[in-house]
Design a protein around this ligand. Structure first.
Ligand code: NAD
Length: 485
């Protein structure tokens, strides 16, 4: 099929690359000329593992193009995806101005030569599918009023569930595909488009192999409204699940239980599931906060106040503040202290800093008169450019962050931090305090390395009464769950 993807950010670029890999001809459109220039030059303007390679492959096959001109792409496309940003407005509601502009431009570019599907991938408040339809119609009416009854199109809501950091794998091997539509022709076209994914009939790219056990991907077909609601409900649940793990960790810390053991114990219950139960400094990123807030706004418009959603947001904010409290407990005075942050991006394997806990923590520390140093494997350049107001001293290595610092805070669990030479870091610090905001390190190992260690909800078991060395905990046998937001 011929496909256009409007918006070449984290979602649009990956969608375009993967659909092209499956054999469709894709035109990626963005209003940002700089971004399009980079994509054309084979240089990804965002960091996402394997994306550049997949796009290079698609370009060599002639299956992907990048442009700032939507009109030509829209005319020659069977399916047009909208994947533009829907950032939060100051009141918490989603800013739909990019979506509205895209929908109108699509309408203005359409002619009667074929039936087209306009599929929305942006996360939009319930009811936006109807809005998109109206805007496309208005676009048609503005440019081709005489042809308006001849121009046929359908609207689909196709929410995106990819996770930054493993977005290519998530797109090629999704847990499910959700398509909301109000007519059969639209649904049939979307099913046809996704058939290679649904049947997993494509040959996996060598860099992104198919995970074991995937043979078919469920296609969930719904109404437009239900599909929109699926996306919000999924993000609200995941945000709440992490918030729950954090609440339990905070209680564990007070009663003397070890949160990683407790989460392992509950996560093995198949009704609960082990993922998204890692306690830490809370979730961040472009989606959870904005989507939970937008759902609250929508519920409010209908006169419903969701206490659970409100609590999810509050618990998460408190968790970021918890880092400051732990530093105060260890150092008392933060004014004039130097605090080193390990990790800036909101999670590993991405340079995305939107709503990253590290930014919030750095800002609080700076306001309190502390000096902040930081190291991140990929996000430092973006942080410097996007947040010049944060007077962070960027360092070339974790060791440089540790040197003469009064405390280290592990904020993002990048893989390269797992094997840090803790002894060497502790030795070069002014005060060897380590706040492990992701429970990445073994408390005993960190303590032996010379650190005054504190994690989140951590209270390792004492030695057994019979004097034997501490029995191997089950946690050492069963891999601990990992957070992938
Ligand atoms: N990032 C994620 O992990 C993720 C996951 C699932 C869903 N989503 C949702 O997908 C949507 C896109 O998210 P993102 O992270 O890719 O955003 P992004 O900000 O990275 O990218 C959006 C792109 O759209 C472009 N754009 C804006 N208006 C345009 C227009 N009229 N025509 C063409 N291009 C236009 C922007 O220049 C930008 O490049 C959002 O609604 C988001 O909530 C994001």
């Amino acid at each position: 099929m011929r496909v256009s993807v409007i918006g070449t950010g984290y979602v649009g670029s990956v969608t375009g690359a993967c659909l092209s890999y499956l054999g469709h001809h894709v035109t990626c459109v963005d209003t940002d000329e700089d971004k399009i220039g980079k994509w054309r030059a084979g240089e990804a303007p965002i960091y996402e593992p394997y994306l550049e390679e997949l796009i290079a492959l698609a370009s060599r096959r002639g299956g992907i193009e990048f442009t700032t001109e939507l009109a030509d792409a829209a005319q020659s496309s069977d399916v047009l995806f909208i994947a533009v940003g829907t950032p939060p407005l100051p009141n918490g509601a989603a800013d739909l101005s990019y979506l509205e502009a895209a929908a109108r431009t699509i309408g203005a570019a359409m002619d009667g030569s074929r039936f087209r599907v306009v599929a929305n991938k942006s996360t939009v408040p319930v009811g936006s599918g109807n809005l998109v339809e109206t805007l496309v119609r208005e676009g048609i009416y503005d440019t081709r009023p005489g042809e308006r009854n001849r121009i046929r199109f359908g609207i689909a809501s196709n929410p995106e569930f990819l996770r930054e950091g493993c977005a290519v794998s998530d797109s090629l091997y999704p847990d499910r595909i959700v398509v909301g539509a109000s007519d059969q022709q639209t649904l049939d076209m979307m099913t046809e488009l996704y058939r290679p994914l649904i049947e997993q009939s494509f040959f996996p790219p060598p860099l992104v192999p198919r995970p074991a056990g995937i043979s078919k991907v469920p296609l969930v077909t719904t109404s437009l409204t239900s599909a929109e609601m699926v996306k919000y409900a999924a993000n609200a649940f995941l945000a709440m699940k992490i918030g729950f793990a954090n609440e339990m960790a905070n209680i564990c810390e007070r009663v003397g239980a070890e949160a990683t053991e407790v989460m392992l114990g509950i996560g093995l219950d198949s009704r609960i599931g082990a993922r998204f139960l890692n306690a830490g400094v809370g979730w961040g990123g472009s989606c959870f906060g904005k989507d939970v807030q937008a759902l609250l706004e929508t519920a409010g418009e209908y006169g419903y106040s969701s206490k659970l959603l409100q609590a999810s947001l509050e618990v998460n904010m408190a968790q970021r503040q918890m880092v400051i409290q732990k530093l105060q407990e260890k150092l008392y005075i933060l004014k004039g202290r130097t605090i080193g942050l390990l990790g800036l991006s909101f999670k590993p394997d991405t340079d995305d800093l939107r709503d990253a806990p590290a930014l919030h923590i750095a800002d609080r520390l700076l306001q309190m008169g502390a000096r902040v140093k930081a190291y991140d494997p990929v996000a430092m350049k973006a942080c410097r450019e996007i947040h010049p107001e944060l007077k962070i001293r960027y360092c070339e290595s974790p060791r440089a962050v540790a040197e003469d610092s009064d405390a280290l805070v592990l904020v993002t669990e990048w893989n390269e931090f797992r094997n840090l030479p803790l002894g060497e870091l502790a030795a070069v610090m002014a005060n060897p305090v380590l706040v492990d905001g992701r429970n990445l390190f073994q408390p005993e190992a960190a303590t032996e390395a010379g650190f005054d260690y504190t994690g989140v909800g951590r209270c390792p078991r004492p030695r057994m009464k019979n004097g034997d060395a501490r029995r191997e905990s089950e946690a050492a046998v069963v891999p601990s769950p990992s957070i992938r937001v």
